[in-house]
Design a protein around this ligand. Structure first.
Ligand code: ATP
Length: 420
């Protein structure tokens, strides 16, 4: 949607802000730009932005470090403990304000520092046009400051939509082997970027209603008038969440099969169709094939007694999962480590493709890709990345582990040697 359409939609949502305030001399005003950033951050502004440079201060072993002139493909190499993963961690923090390695910010902040400061310059992929800046500061005292273009952002939601990043790291095998919450998180990541505020709002309301219902169950108060308001809220938001997820899951599967076949087909004497992989979406709702609000409400009412005995709500999208089977068996029990990694890479690349279909362009972070993968698969993954055209940040120990030859179109990667 062109910027002007967003502006018109924003004007209609914010009647108080006059049209004159938004459009001055035929151009979007500064006030309009900031309102639009906060309303449609990912879709409008940075969905197609690339990272141009990165300043890391006080993160892990980096006291102060600059990386400049990023290209489309960026390879980081260096010995163990040099800080390669920390560079990806910094980019991830710019996207989500938190690390993918640790929940505690104290673990991430350099031993000698009292805060971590990350600053990135962003530019349009063509290299032309205005650069913008994104910065985040997190302190040991749990303070958080996020700035975009020098202006402070209001909330975490604005931040999360600003710079979508897709991460593939050694922990990604958890997508197959980990708890259902890992798969829900995977699915919700792209639902959030596509649906953005709608999904976030529904999810927050659903969580609150779930807490309230669970607390009533624990107190043994089975009074209909106490339960009904929360169950109505659960049913309406839960049915929508489930429908968002189901649609997104279908879109990811559609992209996945082609990518997965190509990755497996790249290996001589192996064809992708030897492993019959099957993914099924489990919505968590009573009827697995329908996201009916009425059906969900009915089941909440009927299951009160049993939920009371268990002490929690047993149906709903908070119990959703994706079942992944290989030749009718649980894939996690059958696939080798390399096959798991191939599967996860295909799934995550498929998700990137889905976001691209919606006009978003996530950055791709791949930590230690060559670990557990043969050179055929590595090369095939890079061909897929190349075809997607997204900006890549990948790490390996040895420079030669990430070969230039894998890049079909000859786009030469930028190489960064990370040293202690
Ligand atoms: N809070 C901290 N303060 C200072 N240094 C830290 C902190 N946390 C971790 N480190 C160090 O920072 C470095 C981080 O390494 P990182 O995991 O990024 O390395 P890597 O190059 O990816 O290593 P590998 O190849 O072994 O995976 C390590 O040397 C680690 O000991």
């Amino acid at each position: 949607m062109p910027v002007r359409c967003y502006a018109n939609e924003a004007i209609s949502r914010f009647g108080a802000l006059s049209r004159n305030k938004f459009i001055q001399n035929g151009r979007l005003s500064r006030a309009a730009v900031f309102t639009l950033i906060s309303l449609y951050p990912s879709t409008l502004l940075l969905s197609l932005m690339h990272l141009d440079s990165l300043h890391i201060q006080g993160l892990r072993n980096f006291e102060s470090q600059d990386f400049r002139d990023f290209g489309l493909l960026n390879f980081f190499h260096g010995i163990n403990g040099s800080g390669k993963t920390s560079v990806l961690e910094a980019i991830h923090m710019l996207s989500l304000t938190r690390s993918f390695r640790s929940r505690k910010i104290a673990n991430v902040i350099n031993f000698k520092a009292d805060h971590v400061l990350l600053r990135a310059a962003l530019r349009p992929p063509s290299g032309d046009g205005c650069k913008s800046s994104l910065g985040i500061r997190r302190g040991r005292d749990k303070t958080l400051l996020v700035k975009y273009g020098g202006e402070r952002l209001r909330s975490y939601v604005d931040m999360a939509g600003l710079l979508p990043v897709q991460l593939i790291n050694p922990d990604s095998f958890q997508l197959l082997e980990g708890a259902p919450s890992v798969r829900r998180q995977f699915l919700d990541w792209s639902v959030f970027h596509v649906k953005h505020f709608g999904f976030y709002e529904d999810w927050s309301r659903y969580r609150r209603a779930l807490q309230q219902r669970n607390s009533l169950l624990r107190r043994g108060k089975l009074d209909d008038s106490l339960f009904m308001p929360w169950e109505l809220e659960l049913a309406s938001t839960g049915a929508r969440i489930s429908a968002f997820r189901r649609k997104q899951f279908g879109e990811i599967c559609a992209e996945f099969s082609g990518i997965y076949q190509r990755l497996c087909g790249a290996v001589p004497n192996e064809s992708g169709d030897t492993l019959e992989l099957e993914q099924t979406f489990i919505s968590g709702l009573p009827d697995g094939n329908s996201d009916s609000e009425e059906g969900f409400l009915q089941s909440l009412i009927e299951s009160r007694q049993q939920d009371f005995r268990q002490g929690f709500t047993r149906v709903g999208p908070h119990r959703a999962d994706i079942k992944i089977r290989c030749n009718k068996l649980l894939a996690a029990d059958v696939l080798s480590r390399g096959q798991v990694k191939t599967f996860v890479c295909a799934l995550k690349l498929a998700q990137v493709k889905v976001l691209q279909n919606y006009g978003l362009n996530p950055l791709l972070l791949i930590d230690d890709l060559p670990a557990e993968l043969d050179r055929y698969r590595c090369a095939a993954i890079f061909k897929e990345v190349d075809a997607l055209g997204c900006q890549l940040f990948a790490t390996s120990i040895h420079e030669a582990d990430l070969s230039d030859e894998w890049l079909r179109n000859g786009a030469s990667p930028k190489r960064f040697h990370v040293e202690h």
